[in-house]
Design a binder for this molecule. Structure first.
Ligand code: GLU
Length: 483
């Protein structure tokens, strides 16, 4: 059977990074086996649907390179299918109508406290087809004033295998008869999810571990419909970098990183933070999964080829922004300057426009220093303007009697040629003639041009900013050093 996995978000807000990881694992499990990756928008909870969330999810998956193979399914467009299946369950006595008002339910809960679980076989004074007359029930059904709950049998052990956690069993006495059709006649998650997974021939259900508690209800529904359940993978939680608990938006914000893939309203996403989709995807794949080898850098293609779902871990995975940034750095190194410029679209153009054709050359020079694409702003500074300040420690150390000599001969050589290799040779000679180490000369020149000892290749930098600007910067340091 063809492998088919689905990502099934509810459009109740933007995609959280955990959702992105779920989408990715679905994608990998589907593609690893040459199958299909499906997107299903689970929008039956109309009260919680947020405008723009569906488009945001689709846009995010596109940016990440995880576009679904088919046009996304939308549960709100499949109402009739669910109703048909609910009818079937009612006919078979596996689901029933309930007529309790909110007020009545509240009172029952107050009265019975922790013992209260809505059950067809417990008499809590509730109003449903088991407890009221057929006439009364029929009349309420005609008026449309009901919800439908599924029957959960008593004293049963519901067994299911999770591919990550192994064999699980649930005691049915601890469960309640779940609502499967709401008063607005929309199905709940449980019913729609199971009907769709069967209808769409889903072979692997991959989702976060917070859905484990829904599993026994799903297994019962599969049984009632006489369908073979798919394989289940409940992924481990994504934990805070330090301490206990799930990674929240607030924790992330405190450490200066986002939780959304792309911007949502006024919140930054990883894209705006300077992540490449390849970098983010690679890092997320390592959250709860690892290969036998220590290999950490993967392209999406390599992930598909190397992914082994048996190696998904059970325990929670800590989000480590430093590691994510490092992995992103590795992927930036694989990009051509042209690609880097394209990825910065909409963010850095103002800074870029003045460099014209030289921009690609500049990006090539600073690339190895980029962890995030947004680091370009900082790294490109040395090409844009003279140092506004000097690294004071370096300045003090370099302030020797020979420094002015060095600056002088640097000026001379830059003045006579703009070609890096010629200047280098000249500086080499002059250093030797003045009994100054070449290293000392280079450090001094670098301080003049960049304000510190960091920065891109000096001679290439001179070629880009030109002799006039270089001399201006040398003069500035000379003035600073002269008493
Ligand atoms: N709609 C659920 C969600 O929002 C889907 C859970 C599942 O994949 O079954 O995550």
């Amino acid at each position: 059977m063809k492998e088919r996995a689905r990502f099934a978000p509810s459009p109740t807000g933007p995609l959280h990074i955990g959702g992105v990881r779920t989408a990715l694992f679905n994608y990998l499990i589907a593609k690893k086996n040459g199958g299909e990756f499906i997107l299903r928008i689970e929008d039956t909870d109309t009260d919680r649907t947020v405008e723009g969330a569906e488009e945001y999810i689709i846009e995010s998956l596109k940016w990440l390179g995880l576009a679904p193979d088919k046009k996304p399914y939308k549960q709100s467009e499949r109402k009739e299918i669910y109703l048909k299946h609910v009818d079937l369950l009612v006919e078979n006595g596996q689901a029933y109508h309930c007529f309790d008002t909110m007020e009545e339910l509240k009172r029952a809960k107050e009265k019975h406290g922790n013992d209260f679980k809505y059950r067809h076989d417990k008499n809590f004074g509730l109003k449903n087809t088991f407890t009221i007359s057929k006439e009364e029930a029929d009349s309420l059904i005609t008026k449309g004033e009901f919800v439908i709950r599924m029957v959960v049998p008593s004293n049963e052990t519901i067994k299911v295998k999770d591919e990550i956690r192994g064999n699980l069993s649930f005691n049915s006495n601890e469960l309640e008869d779940k609502i499967i059709l709401k008063s607005d006649k929309m199905p709940t998650y449980h019913l729609a999810n199971v009907v769709d997974d069967n209808d769409m021939k889903i072979t692997s259900v991959v989702r976060g571990e917070e859905w484990l508690s829904s599993l026994p209800f799903h297994i019962l529904l599969y049984k009632y419909f006489s369908w073979a359940p798919p394989k289940f993978f409940h992924l481990p939680l994504i934990l805070k970098t330090e301490g206990q608990g799930k990674l929240s938006k607030r924790d992330a914000k405190q450490q200066g990183f986002p939780v959304f893939p792309i911007a949502w309203k006024d919140s930054f996403g990883f894209k705006e933070q300077g992540f490449l989709p390849e970098g983010l995807i690679n890092y997320l794949a390592l959250l709860g999964w690892s290969n036998e080898s220590d290999k950490e850098k993967y392209t999406l293609k390599e992930l598909v080829a190397g992914f082994d779902s048996k190696r998904i871990q059970k325990s929670g995975a800590r989000f480590d922004i430093k590691k994510a940034t490092w992995i992103n750095h590795l992927h930036i190194q694989d990009c051509s300057p042209k690609k880097i410029i394209e990825q910065c679209e909409g963010q850095t153009e103002a800074a870029f426009s003045r460099f014209g054709k030289k921009l690609e050359e500049i990006i090539d020079l600073i690339k190895e220093r980029l962890n995030l694409l947004s680091d370009i702003q900082k790294e490109i500074g040395v090409f844009m303007h003279e140092p506004s300040d000097y690294d004071q420690k370096v300045l003090q150390k370099l302030n020797q009697p020979e420094t002015l000599v060095i600056l002088n001969f640097c000026k001379l050589h830059v003045g006579s040629s703009e070609e890096g290799s010629v200047i280098k040779e000249g500086l080499f000679k002059s250093s030797a003639e003045n009994k100054i180490s070449f290293g000392q000369t280079m450090k001094t020149l670098r301080l003049a041009l960049a304000g510190s000892l960091k920065g891109p290749d000096l001679f290439k930098m001179i070629e880009i900013i030109g002799a006039e600007e270089t001399i201006k910067r040398i003069n500035k340091l000379t003035k600073t050093l002269k008493p």
